[in-house]
Design a protein. Structure first.
Lengths: 279, 255
């Protein structure tokens, strides 16, 4: 195995060791998302019962909740792996080794893929087996939805980690509300057109809004005429825009993290990183 | 005896400035193969700042550092791959076991035949019985031994030890000193060692550098340096340097 890949794999192995030895780390990987799916599963059932057969809320709302939670789990996968180094005051040991910033970020991404996959599997199992959500309704576009949300989740995770690296361990509390903060603009539950004009402009710079708009377009076309090619084409256009935007976010956030790291090396922050010394 | 021809560490005109404060001021020195250099000085003299710059976690304001011929600024990965360190303020993650920490750091340093090397180093530092113990529950002395085991895992060319025996009892400290000396003699590693224990320094170091206000004030053999500066012991000399560095410097400059 090339040395660079070995260093990245070392960070994934570290995360595996931590998970293996700690039920307190394993349970949150699926517990909260499972509760979310159960909660929204019953809400969609209730909405279906009061609206009659005119509209199926399961793919629209439960599917949206599942995808949104997946994105949040990807973000938290990155930040939690990063915070393990904050909590164990491990930066000096890591960055005095041959590990580069890109290898470090690569390790965080691998750790996030591993941990968010656990949540995704549990969510999919619950949504399909208990509440009858069928992913076939989204067709092949589902893979693209997941990819855009994954890329944006990674970007948010790197952004959150950069915040903590720059402002110290107390800035951890900036990280957790990030998904909630951007959710009104992501248009998870409602169309973009519902938002005031100025908020629509903001929503257009948030990649998940393209995913959820695309998802609703596919479902709306299917209600009118099942498996509509034009519905898929429109959704694909949205998704290309969303994917391009997500890639831009990823590059910008990785660049931001590198800048913060360089600042930390210039000022000595890495060498004396702790709650007491950072500010 | 150290081979002065090919330095493992070359520090040249190194400076670190924080605003108006010169933490390290025009520092130049070399560490040669098999050589153990003591970096001495009172708190705030610039020892840890110097070590952090050599470890690549603090950017110098000016000057250069070369490790085994690799310029740290240009070839960071190669330079740090040939270096390792142990410091009391950088314990290994307490939530991993000794064996897990050694595996993770062995991978980070791309140690060949890692399993075999881990076994050797566990035995060398008498850590085999703690293999599956989380580092956080070890005593401070045991944690120091784990940090030293990690520091020697990649058989570095340059070893930086910041007060390596600070939390060890005298018997263990003596064993650790012997292990480090044997390691230096066997592998040819150059060692930069900071300590406030002057007896230890006199026993272990081939040469010492006295730092004050970021500058090298005195340099020489720890066994002869006190007499050369009219002090009975290295500890007396240390106290004099800490209290009146300018007097010492003046005495050196005006024979």
């Amino acid at each position: 195995m090339p040395a660079s890949l070995r260093r990245t794999a070392a960070l994934l192995l570290r995360q595996f060791y931590l998970l293996r030895g700690s039920p307190a780390r394993i349970v949150p990987l699926f517990a909260w998302v499972a509760i979310d799916i159960v909660l929204w599963g019953f809400i969609t059932r209730y909405l279906n019962s009061v609206s009659g057969a005119r509209f199926n809320f399961v793919p629209t709302m439960l599917g949206a909740v599942l995808l949104w939670d997946f994105m949040a789990r990807v973000m938290q996968g990155i930040t939690t792996a990063f915070l393990e180094d904050v909590w164990s005051r491990n930066f000096l040991n890591l960055f005095a080794s041959p590990l580069s910033v890109s290898e470090y970020l690569g390790g965080l991404v691998l750790a996030s893929i591993a941990t968010s996959s656990v949540g995704l599997v549990v969510m999919v199992a619950l949504a399909t087996l208990v509440f009858g959500l069928s992913f076939f309704v989204y067709g092949a576009m589902l893979a693209a939805f997941v990819l855009v949300l994954f890329l944006f989740g990674i970007s948010l995770g790197i952004f959150g980690s950069a915040l903590v690296l720059r402002f110290g361990p107390a800035a951890e509390w900036f990280i957790w509300p990030i998904p909630a903060f951007i959710s009104p603009l992501a248009c998870v539950f409602y169309p973009l057109a519902v938002l005031p004009h100025w908020m629509q402009w903001l929503a257009r710079i948030i990649p998940p809004s393209y995913v959820f708009e695309g998802m609703r377009q596919i479902l709306a076309r299917q209600t009118a005429a099942p498996v509509s090619a034009s519905g898929n084409a429109l959704a694909a256009t949205h998704l290309i825009a969303g994917a391009a935007l997500a890639l831009v976010y990823l590059l910008v956030m990785a660049r931001a993290f590198t800048s913060v790291y360089r600042h930390a090396v210039r000022t000595g922050l890495i060498a004396r990183y702790s709650a007491e010394t950072v500010s | 005896m150290p081979n002065r021809a090919a330095a493992i560490l070359s520090v040249s005109r190194l400076c670190k400035q924080y605003g108006e404060v010169h933490a390290v001021d025009d520092l130049s020195f070399e560490v040669c193969p098999h050589e153990i250099i003591g970096l001495l000085g009172p708190n705030g003299a610039g020892k840890t700042t110097t070590i952090n710059m050599i470890l690549g976690v603090l950017e110098p304001t000016s000057g250069s550092i070369a490790i085994d011929g690799c310029d740290l600024a240009r070839r960071r990965r190669q330079a740090l791959g040939r270096t390792n360190f142990a410091a009391v303020y950088a314990p290994l993650p307490g939530n991993l076991t000794v064996a897990q920490n050694l595996r993770v750091f062995g991978m980070l340093y791309a140690v060949p035949r890692l399993s075999e090397r881990t076994e050797t180093i566990l035995e060398e530092f008498d850590l085999s019985r703690f293999r599956n113990t989380k580092c956080g529950v070890l005593s401070s002395g045991e944690q120091t031994r784990v940090a030293l085991a990690k520091a020697m895992l990649n058989e570095p060319r340059l070893l930086l030890l910041d007060e390596p025996t600070a939390s060890l009892d005298p018997a263990i400290a003596r064993e650790i000193r012997a292990t480090i000396r044997a390691f230096a003699e066997r592998t040819g590693v150059g060692v930069l060692w900071t300590s406030h224990n002057m007896i230890e320094v006199a026993e272990v170091c081939h040469r010492v550098l006295f730092l004050s206000h970021g500058k090298i004030l005195l340099e020489g053999d720890p066994r002869t340096l006190p007499r050369e500066n009219n002090h009975a012991t290295l500890e007396d000399l240390f106290v004099a340097v800490a209290r009146e560095p300018l007097t010492i410097r003046h005495a050196q400059e005006v024979p």
